[in-house]
Design a protein around this ligand. Structure first.
Ligand SMILES: [Fe+2]
Length: 176
């Protein structure tokens, strides 16, 4: 977290064209920064567990294509977006005060809600058109890069600080 604050001091302007609305977004090559190498390795190792869960063959190798920090102060949020040209994306939560904003995934089929009947409270995530994730500090979440998502407005009085990343898969050469 200290490193993120140093970066924010060096690059106070948020990067244009990102989903951040009112918050701060670092450059997206933190995975090339030595100070973040341990975190990068841990995430890549854990992504292999996610790949096992997804029944992906052992020859596929994950590599990180981008990593960045997002600091959402009170009142800021992230617009609806996805992460093109990647397979897995994710987020590591460093500081998420209560009411600082859930992560909301949206059904990627734009017309899917049109004929959807009213649903009961507590509807299953398997039938819902939107799924909320209320993060806790130190949570690490992977999701498909194509899945649209947004972050609610930070309604706390503190900053919400996360690191996000993208991972692509390539086939190992030895099995070509
Ligand atoms: Fe995102």
């Amino acid at each position: 977290m200290k490193e993120i604050k140093i970066l924010q001091g060096k690059e106070p302007q948020t990067i244009e064209g990102k989903s951040t609305k009112g918050g701060w977004h670092s450059h997206d090559y933190l995975h090339e920064n030595e100070k973040f190498s341990t975190l990068k390795s841990e995430i890549v190792n854990l992504s292999q567990e996610a790949m096992t869960h997804l029944d992906i063959i052992d020859e596929m190798i994950p590599s990180m294509t981008g990593m960045w920090a997002v600091v959402n102060g009170p009142g800021s949020s992230n617009r609806l977006h996805n992460h093109p040209y990647n397979y897995l994306s994710g987020v590591f939560y460093l500081q998420v005060p209560p009411k600082s904003g859930a992560l909301i995934f949206h059904d990627p089929r734009p017309q899917s809600e049109i004929l959807s009947p009213p649903k009961k409270l507590g509807e299953s995530i398997h039938t819902s058109h939107r799924v909320s994730w209320n993060p806790k500090p130190n949570d690490l979440l992977f999701f498909p890069s194509w899945l649209y998502h947004e972050v609610e407005e930070n309604n706390s009085h503190e900053e919400r600080i996360v690191i996000s990343f993208n991972i692509e898969l390539t086939r190992s050469k030895k099995n070509d």
